[in-house]
Design a protein around this ligand. Structure first.
Ligand code: GAL
Length: 682
C-alpha cells in the first residue's frame, strides 16, 4: 500500500500535542478537547517526544495515558498522527548505552541532553527504536483514530563515531570498488592525499581533511543515505508489527544537511515545518520564499504534501519573535493549501509551562481561554479548511519548473571559487521562480534526477554540478521543444566535483550556441549592467543592473539579446538565445536584478503562447495566483500579500467558492475560484 498513498480525502487541521506534560491536570486535558473541537481541529501529532513517558524505565511501559488520549481524541472526531519517539531518548537509555550518543567531528562523544542527537548507525539505538516502535504499532497500529505515523522529528545532524566511520568506508567501497578509483574520482594526487586503502578514509573534519571536495560531497551524500536508512528502519519496525498506515518524516526549511529528494521513496507522504519571519520586509518577499519551498516539498513526490508544523502566533527562537498581524495566519495557512498542502498543522496545541519552548506560540496559551486574538484566528482558519475540504487530494500540475539541486549546491558552496563571500544560489533560483509566479504560472521545484517531461519552460540556475546524465536530459528537453533558461556557473563539474574538460556548460555548448570562457566576480556593492540590443526579438528596451557574478562567454551561433554595459567587457554578451531542435535555449550571463527576470519571462511566455491559469489576468503587485486541479475541476487561489487592497478583473467563467468578492482582495485576503478543468497540451 505504502507508495500508493495519495490523500486522506479531507483537509486536516491540528498540530503537535503533548498531553504527557499535563497528566496531573485532568481539567486541562478536558479543556484541550473542547477547544480543539471549537477550532475544528481534526488531527494531532501525538507522542513526538514521549519516550520517557511511555517507557520510564527500561522495559517498563506506561501506555495507559496514551491509550486514554487516543480514545478520547477519537471519540471527539480528532485523529492522530502517532509519532515514533526517537527524536529524543530517555536519560536512562543514554546513560546505559553511551554508544547511542552522537560523536562530533573532533571525536568527542556528547553528554545526555537536548534532542535530535543520536547516532543513526548504533545497533543498540536501532534495536531500541525498533522495540519501542513495534510496541507502539502493536498497541495502536490498528486503532481507527490513528491515521498515520509521524516518524521521529526533524531528522538531521551527523555522527562521527567509529561505527559511522566504518559504515562510511563500506559505503565508499560499494560506490568506487577500488581505492584507485576513489583516488581518481577524488583527485587525491593533489597535496599528496592519496589513500592506500579504504581503512585510511576518515570523515571530513576541521582537525583532519577538509580540502578534498569529493570527500566532503560523498560524506554529505552518506549522511543523507544513513538518515534515510534510519527512517526506513523505523518504518519497517512498524510494518513488521503489522501496521500499514502511511508514514511521513517532517522536513525543515531549506535544510542543507539532507537531500530530501532521497526520502521520496522512503515515506508515503511529504510533510514539512514552516516558520517564515513575516513582517520582516515586504510580506510578498516572504510569501515567495515560503511558496518556493512549498513547491519544492510538493515536487518531491508530485502529490499533496502536509504542513506538519507552523506557528499560530510568534515563535520564541527567531532573532525577533514578531507577532503575525491580524489575517496573516489565515493567509499563510491558505498559502500552503494553495500550493498543494492537504493540511495545516501547528506547533503546538497547548503552550508548555517550562523549559525552552515555554514562550513559543500555541493554539492555547498560558491564559488558557478561547477569547484571545490568536485563538479566534485559529478558529477562523479551521472554518476555512472545512470550506475547502473537498480540495483534498487535488494536485498542482505545473508546466514550468526550476531546478534546485541539493548535491549541486553542496558542491558549489564547498568549492573555493569566484565568490567566497556569497554565491547567492537560492536567490538566483528564486528570481526565475518569482518571475514565473508573477506571470501567473505554477512552478515545480525539482532536482536533476527528476523527469522533465511535464514542462514547457525550465529554469536551470547556477547548476554548477551536472549529475550523471543531466546534460542528456536537457538536450532531449530542448530538442522536443522545451524552453530552457540556464544561468552562469552551470555545467562546471561532474558528480565527484571534477571539473569538466573541453569547455562548459558541459555537453550543452552546441545547444546554447556559446562557451563559457571566464567569470568575473564583483565586490559587494559593485554593479554592472545589461543593455538591450536594439531590435532584440523579445522587444525589451530597458537596461538592468547586475552584480556578484558576470560570465564572459564566447558566442558561436547564439543570438545576443543584451550586452554588458560596463568594465572591460562592456559590449560583450550578457543574455543570449539559441534555437536548437524544436526548442530554445536562453543563457543568462550575469546575476541580473529581479526586474530583468520578470520582463524576460513575461516576454518569452507571451511570444511562445504559453498561457497561465487565468490568461489575460493582470496580476496586481503583491498578489499570488496558484492552481490546484482534480480530474474534474480547477481551483484557482488568489492571495494578496501586498500592502494595499488589490483590484482584479477576472474573467466571468470562474465561480467564486471562497472569499467575499471577485473584484477586490483585501490585504492578506484569499479568494478561491473553481472552474471546469482545461488541459493544455505540451
Ligand atoms: C520545530 C520542532 C518542534 C518545535 C518547533 C518550534 O523545528 O520540530 O518540535 O521545537 O520547531 O518552532
Amino acid at each position: 500500500m505504502a507508495e500508493k498513498f495519495h490523500s486522506f480525502g479531507r483537509m486536516l487541521y491540528g498540530g503537535d500535542y503533548n498531553p504527557e506534560q499535563w497528566l496531573d491536570h485532568p481539567e486541562i486535558l478536558k479543556k484541550d478537547i473542547e477547544m480543539m473541537k471549537e477550532a475544528q481541529i481534526n488531527v494531532v501529532s501525538l507522542g513526538i517526544f514521549s519516550w520517557s513517558a511511555i517507557e520510564p524505565e527500561e522495559g517498563r511501559y506506561r501506555f495507559d495515558w496514551m491509550e486514554e488520549r487516543i480514545n478520547t481524541l477519537h471519540e471527539n472526531g480528532i485523529s492522530v498522527f502517532l509519532a515514533t519517539p526517537s527524536g529524543s531518548r530517555p536519560r536512562w537509555m543514554a546513560e546505559k548505552y553511551p554508544e547511542i550518543r552522537r560523536t562530533d567531528p573532533f571525536g568527542r562523544r556528547g553528554l545526555y541532553g537536548g534532542r535530535h542527537n543520536h547516532c543513526y548507525t548504533s545497533p543498540v539505538y536501532r534495536r531500541e527504536v525498533r522495540r519501542i516502535n513495534m510496541e507502539l504499532a502493536r498497541r495502536f497500529g490498528d486503532h481507527p483514530g490513528v491515521i498515520a505515523w509521524h516518524i521521529s522529528n526533524e531528522y538531521g545532524g551527523e555522527c562521527y563515531c567509529p561505527l559511522c566511520q566504518a559504515e562510511f568506508r563500506g559505503w565508499l567501497k560499494k560506490k568506487y570498488g577500488t581505492i584507485e578509483e576513489l583516488n581518481r574520482r577524488w583527485y587525491t594526487s593533489f597535496w599528496s592525499h592519496e589513500y592506500n586503502n579504504f581503512d585510511q578514509v576518515e570523515a571530513p573534519s576541521p582537525m583532519g581533511d577538509s580540502c578534498v571536495n569529493g570527500l566532503n560531497l560523498d560524506w554529505k551524500r552518506f549522511v543523507t543515505d544513513r538518515t534515510a536508512d534510519f527512517a526506513r528502519w523505523e518504518i519497517q519496525a512498524l510494518r513488521d508489527a503489522g501496521s500499514e498506515k502511511p508514514a511521513t518524516v517532517n522536513m525543515m526549511y531549506y535544510f542543507d544537511g539532507l537531500n530530501y529528494h532521497k526520502f521520496a521513496d522512503v515515506v508515503d507522504f511529504i510533510s514539512w515545518d514552516s516558520y517564515p519571519s513575516w513582517h520582516n520586509g515586504p510580506e510578498y518577499a516572504t510569501a515567495m520564499d515560503t511558496a518556493m519551498y512549498h513547491d519544492l516539498m510538493r515536487s518531491i513526490q508530485k502529490k499533496p504534501f502536509f504542513l506538519m508544523e507552523s506557528c499560530p502566533s510568534a515563535t520564541n527562537w527567531q532573532p525577533v519573535s514578531k507577532l503575525k498581524r491580524p489575517g496573516m495566519l489565515e493567509a499563510a495557512s491558505l498559502q500552503a493549501v494553495a500550493h498543494g498542502a492537504d493540511s495545516v498543522q501547528y506547533f503546538q496545541i497547548r503552550q508548555g509551562r517550562g523549559c525552552s519552548e515555554k514562550f513559543h506560540g500555541a493554539v492555547i496559551d498560558h491564559y488558557g481561554g478561547n477569547d484571545t486574538r490568536v485563538f479566534r484566528e485559529v478558529k477562523r482558519t479551521g472554518a476555512d479548511l472545512q470550506l475547502l475540504s473537498d480540495l483534498a487530494g487535488s494536485d498542482v500540475r505545473a508546466r514550468t519548473a526550476v531546478v534546485y539541486d541539493w548535491e549541486s549546491r553542496w558542491a558549489m558552496e564547498d568549492a573555493q571559487g569566484p565568490r567566497n563571500v556569497g554565491l547567492h544560489h537560492k536567490d538566483t533560483v528564486q528570481k526565475s521562480y518569482i518571475a514565473l509566479r508573477k506571470a501567473g504560472f505554477d512552478v515545480d521545484v525539482i532536482d536533476m534526477e527528476q523527469p522533465l517531461d511535464d514542462y514547457q519552460v525550465l529554469a536551470v540556475p547556477m547548476a554548477y554540478m551536472f549529475r550523471a546524465g543531466f546534460e542528456e536530459k536537457l538536450r532531449a528537453y530542448v530538442a522536443r521543444g522545451g524552453i530552457l533558461f540556464m544561468t552562469y556557473w552551470s555545467g562546471i563539474a561532474d558528480e565527484t566535483d571534477l571539473c569538466f574538460l573541453g569547455g562548459t556548460p558541459h555537453g550543452l555548448m552546441d545547444v546554447l550556441g556559446l562557451r563559457h570562457e571566464e567569470i568575473d566576480a564583483l565586490y559587494d556593492g559593485e554593479k554592472n549592467s545589461a543593455v538591450p540590443v536594439k531590435g532584440n526579438p523579445l522587444g525589451l528596451t530597458r537596461s538592468y543592473s547586475c552584480e556578484n557574478l558576470c560570465d564572459l562567454v564566447k558566442v558561436t551561433d547564439a543570438q545576443v539579446l543584451f550586452t554588458y554595459g560596463e568594465d572591460f567587457y562592456a559590449g560583450e554578451p550578457a543574455f543570449t538565445c539559441h534555437s536548437w531542435g524544436e526548442g530554445k535555449a536562453y543563457y543568462i550571463c550575469g546575476d541580473m536584478e529581479q526586474a530583468f527576470y520578470d520582463d524576460v519571462y513575461a516576454a518569452v511566455m507571451e511570444q511562445s503562447g504559453i498561457l497561465p491559469a487565468i490568461p489575460g489576468l493582470r496580476i496586481p503587485e503583491g498578489v499570488e495566483v496558484s492552481t490546484r486541479e482534480s480530474d474534474t475541476a480547477v481551483y484557482v487561489f488568489i492571495q494578496n500579500f501586498g500592502r494595499e487592497e488589490a483590484v482584479l478583473d477576472l474573467p466571468g467563467d470562474l465561480e467564486l467558492i471562497f472569499g467575499e468578492s471577485r473584484e477586490k482582495l483585501p490585504v492578506y485576503g484569499t479568494m478561491v475560484l473553481a472552474g471546469k478543468k482545461q488541459s493544455q497540451e505540451i
